[in-house]
Design a protein around this ligand. Sequence first.
Ligand SMILES: [Zn+2]
Length: 584
Amino acid sequence: MTLENDKDLRELILKAALLNALQHGGKAQAGALIGRVISERQDLKTQAKELAGFIGKVVAEVNSLSVDEQKRRVEEKWPEAIKKEKKPEETEKRLPGLPNADRYKQVVTRFSPNPDCVLHLGSARAIILSHEYARMYKGKFILRFEDTDPKVKRPVLEFYDRIRGDLAWLGCKADEEYIQSDRLPIYYKYAEQLLRDGNAYVCICPPEQFRKKTLAKKPCSCRSGSVEENLERWRRMLDGGYGEGEAVVRVKTDVEHPNPAVRDWPALRIIDPEKYPHPRVGSKYRVWPLYNIAAGVDDHLLGITHIIRGKEHLTNQVRQEYMYKHLGWKYPETIHYGRLKITGAFLSKSKIVQGIRECVYTGWDDPRLATFAALRKRGITPEAIKKMIIDVGPKTADVTLSWENLYAYNRKLLDPQSARYFFVSEPVKLKVKNVPKTFEAKLPLHPEKPDMGFREYTVTPEGGAMVFWVAKRDADAAEAGKMLRLMELFNVKIERAGDGLLEAVFAGEAYEDARKARAKLIHWIPVGEAVACRVVMPDASVDEGVAESACKKLKPDAVIQFERFGFVRVDENDAEFTVYYAHK
Ligand SMILES: [Zn+2]
């Protein structure tokens, strides 16, 4: 007897394959099953090769089914297995505690973007961790716009609001908000204090000359200037006595510091106010603080207790600690997390901005981008992003994630709540003859939640025939003589297939017959019940097809599942029915 005639063995493999598929988003992995089968059938040890072939066939069959159909089959035959396979409810993952949190009356964290671009997935970690820690300790989460570079990293007005909107969407609304371009007098005040105390100086060396000196661990001649001289130079900076690039305030550190980038770092510089007006304050200021003085002063004044940021900021901490010492301040606690790479996600701000300007992208929410706006448009939920980031946590090791990781989080949230509908991509007509009666098809909106309701269609044969739209890929795979099952309706036997034409005869209603014949289950839409539907894919291409008429009542923002196709978010359902594809 060949293995394939062994009915018990077939059942054993089928069960294992179905359960394995359900654990892997609908795709069973053949390799994982051999050991499992042999552990129950020791007698097959010597026939591993033949067994592997048989398993491959059963796996291919299982993988051609929709997840819903896989679930249905397991529930029907092995209801006890599904309960056993269900993992216990995962306990909500908590973040590790913050260092020295008990030393502060209130934990205060901040997120401080430059509004020179919209936010994207690359910012998710800073936002979510800072917000989450503030919530965890019943503290305060501050949003601070770092917009003090009107020349190179020029802020743009619309992004202030877009960033606020992105934070609200992520569920990370700030308790307080500050904008650095409102705070220039504050930075000036501390710059003067540093100059007056001899802890900073105005350097008027040409940049190249200063660079050579500093690389040679030598001070420039400005460093030893008197306080009066420095204050005089400072006034000239403010009054316009120096032009752009002619003078810079430097904070004294250690001219022999092992890291040249730390040696007497620049704190404030001149930007031509007529050439580079600021979008918020115009040409009011000509001296602008650089990152380390602005962020350093603000972190202290705003009472930030814990700075949670990427480890690329480690050198900034070293720089700022000199300034904190000069001013007699205590540096906040810091958590520096490792790099989070997301394979395939496009996260270069400058390239995004350039692509928008050159109209390569349709907008900030172009599905090819990893901006929050684009993710929102595609039906990626903020809860999924949040959960993924919290699971990664604040660890210092670099982490690489993929889109698939994010999709898995999202699918887990969407699957239990998304209504199911049929969408037929590249529709092809299927004509079924000899249909004996009118059928009332009652399709559940969710296979496990009858309380969500049904879509109902009455299909009446005309002269014994019915015509359906089916997907081209199903039509292409159909073979004359084989059976197909129209999901939740009836079975048909294909008579003619090919050249975009599909003709079949009615072959009974029993699901069991279809199962026995290993008939493929396909989705369908009665020709009179179709509405045109455009699916915008993640690569911005458009899949044109038809959706069932029950979709007409869907509201924008609804996230649904097109069975055997994927999750989509309804974008427009007025003149046109347009959805954005999320993932399988
Ligand atoms: Zn100098």
